[in-house]
Design a protein around this ligand. Structure first.
Ligand code: KG4
Ligand code: ZN
Length: 353
């Protein structure tokens, strides 16, 4: 069976066709995965502007879906279902994909599958590499999320912990902004950090030891927090005048801040992931979401996994940031479990997994 996936939760308009392989170990293959990025539009503003994002989704969605079907040599009659991201995300953006998918399902008579965006990121690991040995602990780390999930059975995701404040990708973007490096910050800091001294700047790590009063299911010690780190970078930048005495930091100084910041973020993410893996006796670990494109994070995951003899899973770079192929994959998983959505579903900006 083939499924059409549609993703519009933030600033990428994406559509994809994913097909079942019949091989239980590697269940899905990508026939097409078209992504229209809005980065050039939002760069001018230093971050995603929700109103501009939803308007651009409207302009792009028809062409993106047509191209995805075209590249997959697939007509509506070849599809078994339509999967769409229902949430979480920007509500105006989500609405475009959800409305489009509902209209297509109504017109074609195809079943509709409503997918949680983070289920998509988790299934990107399976789409890329095949099924993970379970139980697995997966870190979803992006511009909007930093959460650890335990996957005990295929398609069942249990939240273990999450960030109490900023997401890791958000911290990357904010630190890049205060260093004057542009948007999105993750790839730029990643590149500059490779030339910097990661011990040059002393920055704090945060370890939470108490439960969240507003969310008692979050016990504390596996949770994340990045706002203190971001503030520490801000303080450092304000209290250390550039060495040349001029108005700007030298490339060397910026590379040192980038490397020091990246060392802390990656260390925290890897430590928590492997702490959780030990606690829940995981048979594999994975990292998904935009920040999983980070070169140091990828290298440290693989090194730590090899040292512990624990299989590690990563998406390809294209599947790490937002895309519809991962939504199609999660949609196939749900469809095969018998879960479809009625045509009166709505976009849900804070949908729970
Ligand atoms: O998953 P994604 O495309 O969108 C969300 O759902 O948020 O993730 C985007 C985030 C941005 O914050 C971006 O700065 C970050 O992923 N990112 C990176 C890298 N590439 C993208 N962060 C660190 N290193 C990278 N190489
Ligand atoms: Zn995402």
């Amino acid at each position: 069976m083939r499924i059409l996936g549609i993703e519009t939760s933030c600033d990428e308009t994406s559509a994809a066709v994913v097909q079942e392989t019949g091989d239980a170990a590697k269940p899905w293959t990508i026939r097409s995965n078209v992504i229209a990025s809005q980065v050039p539009i939002h760069r001018e503003w230093g971050g995603v502007v929700p109103e501009l994002a939803s308007r651009q989704h409207i302009r792009d969605i028809c062409g993106v879906v047509e191209r995805a079907l075209d590249e997959a040599a697939t007509s509506l009659g070849d599809l078994g279902a339509i999967a769409v991201t229902q949430g979480p995300g920007l509500v105006g953006s989500l609405l475009i994909g959800v409305s489009f998918a509902k209209a297509m399902a109504a017109a074609s008579g195809l079943p509709l599958v409503a997918v949680h965006h983070l289920a998509g990121h988790i299934e990107s690991l399976v789409l890329q590499n095949g099924e993970m040995p379970l139980p697995a602990v997966v870190l979803v780390v992006s511009g909007g999320h930093t959460s650890l999930y335990l996957v005990e059975q295929p398609g069942r995701y249990r939240l273990l912990s999450r960030t109490r404040d900023d997401a890791a990708g958000e911290a990357y973007d904010k630190v890049a902004k205060l260093l004057g490096l542009g948007y999105p910050g993750g790839p730029v800091i990643d590149r500059l950090a490779q030339r910097g001294d990661d011990r040059a700047v002393q920055l704090p790590t945060t370890r939470l030891t108490h439960a969240d009063r507003n969310a008692p299911e979050l016990k504390g010690d596996l949770d994340f927090s990045f706002s203190g780190l971001k503030t520490a970078v801000l303080r450092y930048v304000r209290s250390h005048p550039p060495s040349g005495g001029g108005s700007g930091f030298s490339p060397r100084e910026i590379a040192d801040v980038a490397a020091s910041f990246q060392r802390i973020v990656v260390t925290v993410l890897i430590e928590r992931l492997f702490d959780a893996a030990r606690r829940y006796e995981a048979k594999s670990v994975g990292i998904a979401g935009g920040v999983s494109a980070n070169s140091r994070l990828r290298a440290e995951l693989q090194a730590r996994g090899a040292a512990r003899e624990l299989p590690t899973f990563l998406p390809s770079l294209q599947l790490s940031t937002d895309n519809a192929a991962m939504i199609a994959a999660a949609g196939l998983r749900q469809f095969r479990a018998g879960v479809t959505a009625p045509l009166d579903i709505n976009a849900d900006a804070s949908l729970r997994l």
